[in-house]
Design a protein around this ligand. Structure first.
Ligand code: NAD
Length: 245
């Protein structure tokens, strides 16, 4: 897919991987980038970065765990830009602190709602608009935790494994809707999420890995997302982006 002139949505775009992807899409020639998050001030900063990279930014404060908010998001992007070519379902939430199974059940529900339900419903609601415009590409942010058991983050790991199977089961959408669905599975990326995993910083269970691997940058994941979007041969792929070394 040629990115010049396209319209994209990136969820969880106030910071981290989502911000990096939104900026990368603008740099690659997207004409409109809808950026979705709950963190309003940081979202405004991302909007400035997207505009600085040459695209129109549409900041939307919305909870991707809510069906109503997702419906409103798709409707507003369609009303503003008239099409959707790219959707990056990226917003995500992890357990700690405290870890599984000591977290509040409300947080458990939020992790499932944001990480899995939001990805599934976002995909479903975007499909008709993408099909009407001739198709497009959807990339979810899964995780290496989809494959490696992570007992302190059992809910998170379960949702990420769900994303991988959802991605593979969406392969026929390429033929029926012209929409290619793929996902990225990052290793450990230097973002705020990692530093919020413990009591004030990196969680104790994550610390040995954090201290021993070469951390990925959000831009490394944005590169992988754009590679999946651009390459029309890639469908139903779970692309691992591992820590070097
Ligand atoms: N950082 C890592 O090591 C790592 C590794 C693998 C996968 N991931 C995944 O990458 C994605 C991005 O994470 P990140 O590392 O950039 O973390 P981050 O916490 O910096 O960014 C996540 C963003 O999602 C937003 N968000 C959370 N709940 C939301 C909701 N209900 N509605 C809208 N936005 C919401 C947050 O406000 C935040 O801005 C997540 O899905 C995460 O699970 C991260």
């Amino acid at each position: 897919m040629e990115l010049q002139g396209t319209v994209a949505i990136v969820t969880g775009a106030a910071r981290g991987i989502g911000r990096a992807t939104a900026v990368a899409l603008a740099q690659a020639g997207a004409r409109g980038v809808a950026i979705v998050d709950l963190k309003e001030p940081e979202l405004a900063e991302t909007a400035e970065l997207v505009r600085g990279a040459g695209a129109e930014a549409l900041p939307l404060v919305a909870d991707v765990g809510s069906l109503g908010a997702l419906r409103a998001m798709i409707a507003e992007v369609d009303a503003t830009f008239g099409r959707i070519d790219v959707l990056h379902n990226n917003a995500g939430l992890g357990e700690g602190p405290p870890d599984w199974p000591d977290i509040a059940p409300e947080r458990t529900a939020a992790i499932v709602d944001i990480n899995l339900r939001g990805v599934v419903l976002g995909t479903q609601l975007a499909l008709p608009v993408m099909k009407r415009g001739g198709g497009g590409a959807i990339v979810h942010t899964a995780s290496g935790a989809a494959y490696t058991p992570v007992p302190p983050q059992a809910v998170y790991a379960g949702t990420k494994a769900g994303i991988v199977q959802f991605t593979k089961s969406c392969i026929p959408l390429h033929e029926s809707h012209g929409v290619r669905v793929n996902c990225v599975c990052p290793g450990l990326v230097e973002t705020d999420m990692v530093h919020e995993s413990g009591d004030g910083d990196v969680a104790d269970w994550l610390r040995p890995m954090y201290d021993s691997v070469e951390l990925l940058r959000p831009e490394d994941i944005a590169d992988a997302v754009l590679a999946l979007v651009r390459d029309d041969t890639r469908v139903g792929e779970a692309l691992s982006v591992d820590n070097p070394g």
